[in-house]
Every structure is written in C-alpha cells, then in structure tokens.
Design a protein around this ligand. Structure first.
Ligand SMILES: Cc1cc2nc3c(=O)[nH]c(=O)nc-3n(C[C@H](O)[C@H](O)[C@H](O)COP(=O)(O)OP(=O)(O)OC[C@H]3O[C@@H](n4cnc5c(N)ncnc54)[C@H](O)[C@@H]3O)c2cc1C
Length: 393
C-alpha cells in the first residue's frame, strides 16, 4: 500500500525525531532520505544540549522543554544504541577579558530571569570545574544543567525505535516533486532506490539547510540559509574536559554578528566550542560562515579555530589533530525554527530551520509537530515558529 498518514522528508535528527513521535502516537509513517540517515548536519555537528546558548524568552523556554524530554529519553526509546547522553555534565562560557565578562553577565541576567540556573565564576572557581581553562582568563558563566549527546547515534536510535513502532524508512531516495489534490499536498514523487509516487495526508519538510528548497516545491517561501561550521577532531586522549564549553563571544557571534568589529571574526563567525567525546577525541568547532552549500574545510579556519581555542585551553597545543569536517546549520533570520502546519498549503508541514540548536531542540520539535498533526494542538505553543511570520509582518 503506497498511502501513509504522514511522509517525513529528510533523515536528519529532525526527521528521525518526528518519525518517532508520530509512530508513537499511532500514525503510519514513511521517512524518505535522499542519501543516508545522518548525511546532513546531524552527522557533522557537536552534541551540546545547552539552554544557556539560546535567546532569552521563547527560544530558551523551548530549549528547557526539550531538556525535560532528554531527562527520560534513553528509557523511553529503549534503544540498543548507546546515545552517549551526558546528562548535566555542565556547560561553561569562558570569558577572555572584561568586555566578554560584561557581555556574558548581562546575558546571564536575562537568561536567569527565564528560570535558568546560571553562575558567573571567577577563573579560580571555574578551574575547579574545568581545570584545563587557562588561568589568564577573566572568568566563566556556568550552567549546571547543560548536557551532551552523540547526535549521530541519537538520530539512529530515534529511527530504530520508529521502525519498531511500524515506520518505514527509504534511503537513497530523493523527493523531487509533490503531488497535489487541489490546493492540498497529497504525496511525493521520488527518484532513486525506492523511487515512485507515494501518497499521504501530510508531507513534512525536515530537510534542514535544504528546507527552503524543499518548501519551494510546495510553493512556500521561507528564508533558510546554510551557515557552515567547521570542526577539528583530535586523536583520542585521556580525560581533559568535563564540560561542554564555548567562548564568551558566543552570543554575539550567533545572534548579533553585526556588532563584531574584527573583520576576520565577523567573516568566519569565529569563536570556538569544545567537548570531549566518549572515545576521548576533542572536538573543536568554531565557525559560522555563509559559504552556500560548500561543506569543505579551509586552512584559514582550521588554523584560526585552533589558535583561538588554545588561548582558552592551552593544553590543546600538545594534541595531534587527525581530521576535520564541516556541517551546515539551517539558519533563519530570527534564530527560531519553523514548526508546524503551513496555512497557505493544507497538508504541508515544516520542522526545520534550527540553526545551531537542532540537537538540543530535536526531541521537543519532533514531539510538538507530531502533536499538531495528530491532535490539532500542542502541549507547548509553537505560534512563534510559524512559517508565516516571515511574510505576514
Ligand atoms: C558544526 C556544527 C555544530 C553544531 N553544534 C550543535 C550543538 O552543539 N547543539 C545543537 O543543538 N545543534 C548543533 N548544531 C546544529 C544541528 O546540527 C542542526 O540544527 C541539526 O542537525 C539540523 O537537523 P535537521 O534534521 O534539521 O537537518 P539535517 O541533519 O541537515 O537533515 C536534513 C536531511 O534532509 C535530506 N534531504 C534534503 N532534501 C531532500 C529531498 N529532496 N529528499 C530527501 N531527503 C532530502 C538531507 O540529505 C539531510 O539528510 C551544529 C551544527 C553544526 C554544523
């Protein structure tokens, strides 16, 4: 039978999460991915679950809702795959100088007003939590609830559980056009391994950085653009980092890059984020670049990111770096994702545009969009994430 309740397009973390929640709520779901699961950002990312890197207000509240889901996710999905969840490993934003300290202190006040527990720590105190921090730093903001996960494995675990609940997954199958029944989206036409025409009551756009291109097939215009992030990976080493961390410039680079005066920092979106994976590798990520869909790595960035990170964590200068990769963050102008039904096109659903927050927001995004499809209402508001916000202002 080639008719489903929902066809989810895009096998990244969003597609896998949405497929899981829809299957959990009893829907017959087909997930279609043009290459393989994790081909997009989920396979080329960090795994920070950090509410303190969100904008104060709605964005933060959405992240806190997602954190609640992460608390019980492992038990819930009962996967054989170890998703390497490091619940409450803690997160630090390290300030190099007084300017960053003031910037982060100001941000802390706004985030704390939203109910997030955060502390400004002098360097000596921060080094008790993360001894690798340079003693020359000004201090750090500390979030005790920050966590980490292996995004690649979480995507696989969501997909695995969805399959156990009855979902079908087609890989190496690209959706090339949509089937319409009057104004309503009624299915997909796909090419590749499982090419053909498949029908559904709803089609969901979980295409990440390709989300705007996919929405265009439905005649929907949304401003999602890819922002490239380059990541450098060290050989596995003995435990060096306890937390997930970023530079104190992070909120500016992410949300207000126009305030950056330094040409190179502005052009590369240069900062750094650092974590140590379960196998001991240190992952240093550090750029937010407008480079189209180019997923290459550049010598300029590799050098600049390592040099920046070494100012904060001097011990990394003694490491061997063994590879690098880059991924695309699906960026929207206001930093919020696009979630839920698209009013102008019945049957068309969106769950994409999560920029640098898709891992943190994956459980809540999949759950809320599934609730909207299945129950027609959500347990947490998603109006702020409507596709129409870009056109109806
Ligand atoms: C360097 C870097 C670091 C990051 N760090 C973090 C972090 O620490 N914490 C965090 O929360 N977020 C982080 N992010 C962001 C996060 O990775 C993304 O927001 C998230 O992975 C997006 O997931 P997605 O499923 O929407 O998109 P993707 O993973 O890109 O998946 C989209 C999928 O759609 C498929 N597709 C596209 N078009 C079609 C079509 N026509 N037919 C079929 N399939 C199609 C693609 O092949 C792709 O697999 C980071 C991103 C980068 C690049």
């Amino acid at each position: 039978m080639n008719k489903y309740d929902v066809i989810v397009v895009g096998g990244g973390i969003m597609g896998a999460s949405l497929t899981y929640y829809l299957s959990l709520f009893g829907k017959r779901v087909l997930l279609v991915e043009k290459t393989d699961l994790d081909h997009g950002s989920a396979g080329a990312t960090d795994g920070y679950i950090t509410p303190h890197t969100k904008q104060p207000g709605y964005h933060l509240q959405l992240a806190l809702e997602s954190c609640k889901l992460y608390e019980t996710l492992e038990e819930e999905i009962e996967s054989d795959i170890d998703i390497e969840l490091a619940l409450h490993c803690g997160g630090l934003q390290v300030c190099e100088d007084q300017r960053q300290w003031e910037l982060i202190s100001d941000n802390r006040e706004k985030l704390s007003a939203g109910g997030l527990e955060l502390y400004m720590l002098e360097t000596e105190e921060a080094r008790k939590i993360e001894p690798a921090i340079s003693p020359k730093m000004r201090g750090a903001m500390y979030s005790p609830i920050a966590s980490g996960v292996n995004p690649f494995k979480l995507t696989q675990a969501f997909a695995d559980k969805a399959k156990k609940l009855g979902a079908e997954i087609f890989i190496e199958t690209k959706v090339e056009s949509l089937v319409f029944d009057g104004p309503r989206v009624a299915g997909i036409r796909a090419a590749g391994f499982r090419g053909g025409t498949w029908y559904a009551d709803y089609v969901a756009d979980c295409c990440g950085s390709w989300g705007a291109q996919f929405a265009a097939l439905a005649g929907v215009e949304v401003p999602i653009v890819p922002k490239r992030g380059q990541v450098i990976v060290s050989e596995p080493v003995a435990p060096l980092l306890n937390t997930v961390m970023q530079t104190g410039l992070y909120p500016i680079i992410k949300f207000k890059p126009e305030l950056i005066e330094d040409e190179r920092i502005f052009r590369l979106g240069l900062g750094f984020g650092m974590e140590q994976t379960r196998d001991g590798s240190i992952l240093i990520s550090g750029t937010r670049e407008l480079a189209g869909f180019d997923r290459g790595n550049t010598l300029e960035c590799i050098e600049a990111v390592i040099q920046t990170a070494a100012v904060y964590i001097p011990a990394i200068t003694g490491l061997y770096f063994i590879r690098c990769f880059s991924g695309l963050r699906p960026h929207t102008p206001d930093g919020l994702p696009i979630l839920g039904r698209v009013k102008q096109v019945p049957g068309f659903i969106m769950c994409c545009g999560h920029e640098g927050d898709g891992i943190a927001l994956a459980p809540i995004s999949g759950k809320l969009v599934a609730e909207e499809i299945v129950y027609g209402k959500t347990s947490f508001p998603i109006e702020a994430c409507a596709a129409e916000r870009f056109t109806e202002r």
